[in-house]
Structure formats: C-alpha cells, structure tokens
Ligand binder design. Structure first.
Ligand SMILES: Cc1cc2nc3c(=O)[nH]c(=O)nc-3n(C[C@H](O)[C@H](O)[C@H](O)COP(=O)(O)O)c2cc1C
Length: 360
C-alpha cells in the first residue's frame, strides 16, 4: 500500500479506493495480476473481460480476489461472445463496479445497481454521457480523443468540460493522463479522478510481451500514435507498425476476407457454433451502430491485438495505444506510479493555491 491518501473525492468514496486513480480495462493487458497490483497500491483496477475466453470469467474474478482484499471492477461489452457469462459472474461475485462502452440495456443495469454494483461506463461524446446517465450510470468516465483503444474525436480538455456541464453524476477524466500534473488539473477541472490505460500498460506488473513493451517505450512522437478505421471499421488508436500499414494497404474485400478467417478462428476458440456466430454478428449489427462493414470486420481486432500484445509479434500484430505512450519512456511499478502521481498532484495543487492572492 502507498503512504498518505491526500485526496478524498466522490470517486474514492463511491469505489472505496484510497486514491482517485483508476486503471482502465485493456484486453490482454488488464488481467488479474495488473488489477490486483493497482488495487493493492490504492487505485481501482478494472479486469478486462473482453479478452477472457468463455468458461474462464469466474476463475479470473476469483484470481483477483485471491490476490487482494481491495475493491475492483470488471469491464465488458455486449458484443463479446460470453457477455451473458460476464454479467452473471459479476452479479454472483458482487464486484464493486462494472465498466462498459457498448453496454447492457436498462434492465441489466438495474440488476447491477440492485446488487449494489456501481455502473461506470466510458464515453467519448457528450451525447453518450447523457444517454448513459439516463440508462442508470452512477459515474461516467470520459475518454478524450488522445486516449487508447476505440476513441472519439473530441480532446479530453473539451469533452471533460462538456460532460461536467451536462451530467450530475461524478465524472472521471481519461485520455492522455500519466502524471500528477494531470491528476491536479482534472481535480481542479471538477472531475472526481483520473483513469489511465496506456500508463498502466507500461508498469512492471503489465503482462505485455517484452518486445511489444519495447516498442511502446520507444514511441517518441504522439503524432505517430494515430487513429485508423482499417482494423474493425471504428476509429481506434494504434502505434504505427508494419502490421497496421499492411492492413491499411489492403482493399476492403481483402480486409473482409481476413476478418472472416479471424471470425472462424474466434468462433472455434470461443466454442461458438455457426448459429451462435451469426447471432453475435446480428447483435453487433443492430446494437453496435457500426454499420455492415464494421460488423463484418470486427473479428480482425482481437486476433491482431492478441498477436501484438501477447505474442510480441510487433511486425504482424497490432499495438493499441494512447498518444501518451510517447511521454512515458520507462516502466514503473503500480505502487510507485500511483504514489508518485498523488504526491505530485498534491504538490501542484498546493503551489496553485499559493498563487491565490499573490503569495507565490
Ligand atoms: C492496449 C489497449 C487495450 C484496450 N482495451 C480495451 C478494452 O478491452 N475495453 C475497453 O473498454 N477499453 C479498452 N481500451 C481503452 C482503455 O480502457 C482506456 O479507456 C484508454 O486507454 C484511456 O486512454 P489512455 O491510454 O490515454 O490512458 C484499451 C486501451 C489500450 C491502450
């Protein structure tokens, strides 16, 4: 555990963590080890269930519980094959919170809340924040365009103001955070805390392959960590790699054919029958709002990201990342990271306070 706890915010009070620092879910990254390390360090970790195979969700939650007595959450989305398994496991284990992007319906959200589980969706646009609160969100995480994974078009500084003005629930700022300056700024803005993905990917507890970590640590230019729709049809931010260039160089028919191959492999690995796969594709088409091409291309993503992050195939696979990777440059333990961030933020806010009335 880290030393002092200088901040008590609506986020720490609701989640029961010591510091207003959330480790967001990242497929193939935010497994039980990283979540437990974050939570032990006084932050709040989200387990990424989107990359947990069918039949293994219960075991993954148990593994976090075995490693920490602290609070943690589970992230999932409704387009993963085992979404129902995740929902039931979360309810059974009564984890502290769930997070989601393409999330469940109001009835499922009600079931979570009745079980005392906080609903904490991530949004990339103000209209999605308003909708999420209407559906029952307790806390909203806003992710600005500079963030990793699927991302919107509005930068954190603008989106945060928009959402703070539009909703009454606590708001957590995400997209581009990595240090105490960011936490101080977010709190001064009116946010209840910060959430970080890429910064936690670059910790000593991260399970990412060393060859992939080396690429993230060498990324020196935020402009080269860019958005593409070539992978699954939706805007998503990646480090520029040969794999990304190859995918972008393929015509749409070739990308669709690659996707079909990935879909068949995904179906086999998830134990899905052909009707099960068709049902999932249909659910994606009607609830994902992504259009036909995006639905058909969706299976490209998991296989290629797994290959990059877990397999360390930095040429053939993909490396999702926030632009902030270009500012990091070194691994740190979760404990050192969170401790440093809260200490820096407290010092920054003291310094800012001293500016009032010309005391500096
Ligand atoms: C490698 C990687 C994988 C991600 N996977 C997921 C995921 O499975 N589910 C999700 O909701 N968000 C995912 N995200 C988005 C993060 O949870 C988070 O919102 C984002 O990284 C925040 O921006 P930052 O990287 O600038 O901190 C991913 C991000 C990265 C970098």
């Amino acid at each position: 555990m880290t030393g002092g706890a200088p901040f008590s915010t609506p986020l720490t009070q609701a989640l029961g963590c010591r510091h207003p620092v959330v480790q967001t879910a990242m497929g193939w990254v935010a497994g039980a080890g990283l979540v437990a390390a974050t939570t032990e360090a006084g932050g709040f970790g989200f387990l990424a269930a989107a990359s947990i195979p069918s039949g293994q969700v219960d075991g993954a939650i148990r593994a976090v519980r075995a490693a920490t007595g602290g609070p943690f959450g589970v992230n999932f989305h409704m387009l993963q094959a085992n979404a129902d398994e995740v929902i039931e496991a979360v309810l059974r284990h009564r984890v502290r919170a769930v997070s989601y992007g393409r999330g469940p319906d109001a009835a499922t959200i009600r079931r979570f809340r009745e079980a005392g589980i906080l609903c904490m969706p991530t949004v990339g646009a103000v209209k999605h924040a308003v909708k999420a609160v209407e559906l029952g969100a307790d806390i909203v995480t806003v992710q600005g365009a500079e963030g990793g994974g699927h991302t919107g078009a509005v930068p954190t500084t603008l989106l945060l103001s928009q959402v703070l003005d539009a909703v009454k629930v606590p708001v957590v700022a995400a997209g581009g955070f990595h240090d105490g300056r960011g936490l101080a700024a977010a709190l001064a803005w009116g946010a209840a805390g910060i959430a970080m993905g890429t910064r936690f990917l670059l910790t000593t507890e991260s399970p990412v392959h060393p060859d992939a970590l080396a690429v993230y640590l060498r990324a020196g230019d935020p402009g080269a960590i860019r958005v593409t729709t070539a992978v699954d049809g939706l805007p998503q931010r990646f480090i520029e790699t040969a794999g990304l260039h190859r995918l972008e160089g393929m015509g749409l028919p070739a990308r669709l054919a690659a996707s079909l191959r990935h879909a068949l492999a995904y179906g086999r690995a998830s134990g899905l029958t052909l009707p099960g796969m068709l049902r999932l594709a249909w659910r994606s088409a009607v609830t994902g709002g992504a259009g036909f091409a995006a639905t058909v291309m969706a299976p490209n993503l998991p296989r290629l990201v797994e290959r990059g992050l877990q397999g360390g195939d930095v040429a053939g696979g993909l490396l999702p990342s926030g632009q902030v990777a270009a500012l990091i440059g070194r691994l740190e333990s979760c404990e050192a990271l969170i401790g440093r961030i809260v200490a820096e933020a407290a010092a920054r806010l003291d310094a800012a306070q001293a500016l009032k009335g010309g005391q500096a």
